[in-house]
Write a protein that binds this ligand. Structure first.
Ligand code: 16G
Length: 259
């Protein structure tokens, strides 16, 4: 039987269509490189307008689940390999995926008025309360990164009562506060390690580090964390997998092959 959308339900149709596509991808039925049915086919299959189909597909393209190839169609995005630069992970997941033991030492954990640049990035009013969390991140017990995080107090009011030593902030935010990381904007540059961070990372000051700014958003587009971090340049590698084009296997086409 063909899948249908609940036209009288509270969830917008594009949302339901998105969930349907995500489910197909998540279950492995639609594989990386598979071509999606055309807009017209999706409209017919689900009895919805082109606008609905476009909105669902555009959202999934922005989320990185689908890729558009001008003139050829829309495809399931290439499989994500661990620690691709365009995959949003927590430090804990990142380090575990490398087969190592993540850790965290809390250096500062308090509520402060948001400094102006932080307020701007988190879309808060000037001096609105934020939680300041500074952590030394460890890999197999060795210092790897210093992270200074700001989170709007209103989104996670009791966070300061939680224990974050050797714990995952993202896991805690998701489980206790239903703040689920969805997307991040990140800037990375090479830098010489400032003296305070160098002491913490146990490297000579001025050693090469990756200096990273990240603002992380929920699926609803709410920025919930602003982070500045220094990662040891001698110990940490960001892997990126880069594709020129989506490979073109068409969903449902029997005996199809990659081109
Ligand atoms: C990563 C993130 C950081 C986030 C942390 C959560 C970068 C550059 N930064 O380190 O923004 O706060 O993960 O990790 O990737 P956790 O859940 O293990 O505490």
């Amino acid at each position: 039987m063909l899948p249908t959308l609940d036209k009288r339900g509270p969830l917008p149709l594009y949302h339901q269509l998105k969930a349907f596509i995500e489910e197909r991808i998540g279950s492995g039925l639609w594989k990386p490189g598979d071509q999606l049915p055309s807009e017209r086919q999706l409209c017919e299959q689900f009895q919805v307008s082109r606008i609905t189909v476009r909105q669902a597909v555009t959202d999934l393209v922005s989320a990185g689940s689908l890729v558009r190839d001008q003139g050829r169609g829309t495809f399931v995005a290439p499989a994500r390999v661990e620690q691709r630069l365009n995959q949003l992970t927590s430090f804990t997941q990142d380090i575990q995926a490398r087969g190592k033991r993540p850790g965290a030492q809390v250096l500062q954990f308090e509520t402060i008025p948001a400094p102006a640049p932080v307020a701007r990035l988190l879309r808060l009013r000037a001096e609105e309360p934020v939680i300041l969390l500074k952590r030394l991140r460890l890999t197999d017990g060795e210092p790897m990164a210093v992270e200074t995080t700001h989170l709007p107090l209103a989104l996670c009011p009791d966070l300061v009562h939680e224990t974050l030593a050797n714990a995952s902030l993202y896991e805690l935010l998701s489980r206790k506060f239903h703040v689920i990381p969805f997307r991040a904007e990140q800037q990375m540059s090479a830098a010489g390690c400032p003296p305070a961070e160098a002491r913490l990372l146990r490297v000579p000051k001025g050693s090469p580090v990756l200096h990273i700014y990240r603002t992380t958003f929920t699926e609803a587009g709410v920025p919930f964390e602003q982070v500045e971090s220094y990662y040891r340049g001698d110990k940490y590698v960001f892997n990126a997998e880069l594709y020129a084009k989506a490979s073109g296997r068409r969903i449902g086409a029997e005996g199809s092959s990659r081109s």
